[in-house]
Design a protein around this ligand. Structure first.
Ligand SMILES: C[S@@+](CC[C@H](N)C(=O)[O-])C[C@H]1O[C@@H](n2cnc3c(N)ncnc32)[C@H](O)[C@@H]1O
Length: 282
């Protein structure tokens, strides 16, 4: 990623805002998703209702809200087990920290992102009069060239205590070694630590229709200057995670996501055939 705010982070945030506007009931209840993109963007989303009703747009936002929901449910479970640190890796315009119901003593939140994206987010927050809560610490990191553990430690993260991480919509934009390096770091944290992240499967492993859909997505993100670089086959990823010390894995593909979050809806909202969400615990 170059030294400018992530355009894909903006698009994801628009989709989450569109979910609040168009989809009932919401899979992810997130009123801050509207505030953080701002009134002008909300008006533009409303004006583009037709585009947001098209199948590819609905597939995409179903996936985006499902992955956030999985991360937040896994976080709640981690907090029940006593985890007191939450690290949002590649946070973009993620809004959890601004609707977080836990007190600062129950949960410290660290938002980690590329410096350019983080600075832009802070401007968006200020424009929306969303004050960062006391429980939140911003940590700017370039995953490709800086060391996450050191940056986190200097921000007050306690490496000797368990932590929960989310890493949504990021792994495919990084090199394989950067992805595996971060996963290895999380796996090495005290027992009870965990991570939820999504990943892209190699296009060649997909059927024709899904492969074509994926190529379209890949062309769009590459045109935004953020090409996908890393893909994992599910079995291969499981082996990589186990080799690094993760013990419990849950890998959700399109069928599982639809069964879990979209089966009883009357509006037909559901995920398409792309994207998988992995939940791993040490
Ligand atoms: C598609 S956005 C997802 C944002 C957010 N997780 C969400 O779901 O809304 C990708 C995010 O990855 C971050 N990112 C990409 N490459 C990065 C790098 N080398 N170092 C740090 N962050 C990076 C971007 O800044 C951006 O926030």
């Amino acid at each position: 990623m170059k030294d400018r705010p992530s355009l894909t982070a903006w698009r994801v945030a628009l989709s989450r805002a569109a979910h609040q506007i168009f989809d009932r009931p919401p899979v992810l209840e997130d009123p801050v998703a509207l505030a953080i993109v701002g009134e002008r963007a909300v008006a533009q989303i409303r004006a583009a209702a037709l585009r947001y009703s098209l199948r590819p747009a609905r597939y995409l936002r179903a996936f985006l809200v499902a992955r956030s929901r999985i991360a937040e449910e896994a976080l709640a479970e981690a907090v029940r087990r006593g985890v007191r640190q939450y690290v949002v890796l590649g946070a973009g315009l993620d809004t959890f920290a601004y609707r977080n119901r836990y007190s600062a003593s129950q949960l410290r939140v660290f938002e980690v992102d590329h410096p350019a994206t983080q600075a832009w987010k802070r401007r968006q927050l200020a424009a929306a009069a969303l004050a960062p809560p006391e429980s939140l610490t911003f940590v700017s990191v370039n995953f490709e060239s800086e060391t996450l553990p050191e940056r986190l430690a200097s921000a007050g993260f306690r490496g000797g205590e368990a932590a929960f991480f989310s890493w949504l919509g990021v792994t495919m934009y990084l090199t394989r070694s950067a992805v595996l390096g971060t996963l290895g770091y999380v796996a090495g944290l005290p027992a009870g630590s965990g991570i939820v992240f999504d990943y892209a499967v190699p296009p060649a492993t997909l059927g024709l229709a899904r492969r074509a859909a994926m190529r379209t997505v890949m062309r769009r993100v590459a045109a935004a200057g953020e090409p996908w670089k890393t893909f994992f086959a599910p079995r291969e990823l499981a082996l990589e995670l186990q080799a690094r010390g993760f013990r419990q894995l849950e890998d959700l593909g399109p069928e599982e996501l639809n069964a879990r979050f979209f089966s009883d809806r009357t509006d037909g909202l559901r995920v398409g055939g792309l994207g998988r969400v992995m939940s791993a615990r040490s």
